[in-house]
Design a protein around this ligand. Structure first.
Ligand code: C2E
Ligand code: MG
Ligand code: MG
Ligand code: MG
Length: 297
């Protein structure tokens, strides 16, 4: 019987090993094929920027447009950024990809501006690897000049987690850009581990409250407390604030009453392709929406 048990354990061990290695192989294979796909996507025009409005809570005006990367794979269909951005970061593809995003977003904003459509600013998500390995200052300068944009019309979003990982000297680049007038925002704020003392040292101008807090804010008093505390910290440190993931009028009203500067979320608009965003901007839908929920004038 002991022999039988031992045999069984061995078999299980072996199976487990096969199981783990199969899972590992599958993940590795997916990674490799995503990487090859991304490489092709970059040269084949399979990438597109969608835009989501940031709306000023007290006026209902669209003050910003966040560029969100979309990959339409001809075989697989739409692939979410949460799946391909990590692959792009591991492979270094994030460098050409991230540069394309900044250039394309700048170009699109200048088109909207020339059409008299928007005095807004465009924000792009920037990976820590870009800050460490790319001359972002030069790219930003170039994009501003080429498109006749003011520095305040460009916002760089970097996640709290990413910012904690970067080398101290890289902070200098961010500071250079902020001094120029570019807005630097801390994205997904509340999900990382930045200390409050660091917050006042970092060259940032804005906190973006992560959508996970906004989601349960009106159900869970603890989340409401976190949101209020973050808004208080932002105000105390002279930073502006944006709440992500605003889906209901009740959430918008609470955030506005707590002094949140800007609202972003499905309530106002889902991220849209540029042409649809043009129609949205013309329609002044965001203003009407907030007028009815917040009684803005
Ligand atoms: P993020 O920068 O925090 O962007 C906000 C995410 O929340 C977007 O997901 C957006 O579609 C989603 N969202 C907006 N409003 C709502 C809402 O009301 N409810 C819910 N449930 N979700 C909402 P998306 O587009 O899938 O992007 C995911 C993440 O991928 C982004 O999070 C950002 O970290 C990253 N990402 C996207 N584009 C780029 C890029 O060009 N470069 C880099 N480095 N990262 C990017
Ligand atoms: Mg973002
Ligand atoms: Mg975010
Ligand atoms: Mg996020």
């Amino acid at each position: 019987r002991a022999d039988a048990a031992m045999y069984q354990a061995k078999e299980q061990g072996r199976n487990n090993f096969q199981f783990y290695s199969a899972t590992y192989n599958r993940a590795a294979l997916e990674h490799i094929s995503l990487e090859a796909g991304l490489r092709r996507a970059l040269s084949n025009d399979e990438l597109e920027l969608y835009y989501q409005p940031l709306v000023q809570a007290c006026t209902g005006k669209v003050v910003g447009l966040e560029a969100l990367l979309r990959w339409n794979d001809p075989r697989e269909g739409a692939i979410a950024p949460d799946r391909f951005i990590p692959v792009a970061e591991d492979s270094g593809l994030i460098l050409p990809l991230g540069e394309w995003v900044i250039r394309e977003a700048g170009r699109q904003l200048s088109v909207w501006q020339a059409a008299g459509l928007s005095n807004a600013c465009v924000s792009v998500n920037v990976s820590a690897i870009q800050l460490q390995r790319q001359d972002l200052v030069a790219i930003v300068d170039d994009v501003l000049e080429e498109n006749g944009l003011n520095p305040w019309q460009l916002e760089l979003e970097i996640t709290e987690t990413a910012l904690m990982k970067i080398r101290p000297e890289v902070i200098g680049y961010l500071d250079k850009m902020r001094q120029k007038g570019v807005t630097i925002s801390l994205d997904d704020f509340g999900t990382g581990y930045s200390s409050l003392s660091l917050l006042q040292e970092l060259p940032i101008s804005k906190l973006k409250i992560d959508k996970s807090f906004v989601r349960d804010m009106l159900i869970d008093p603890k989340d409401a407390a976190i949101v209020s505390a973050v808004l208080f910290i932002a105000k105390s440190l002279g930073l502006s604030s944006t709440a992500e993931g605003v889906e209901t009028p009740e959430q918008a009203a609470y955030l506005a009453s707590e002094g949140c500067d800007q609202l972003q979320g499905y309530l106002l608009s889902r991220p849209l392709p540029a042409a649809e965003m043009t129609r949205f901007l013309k329609s002044r839908k965001a203003l009407d929406l907030l007028k009815s929920t917040l009684q803005v004038s």
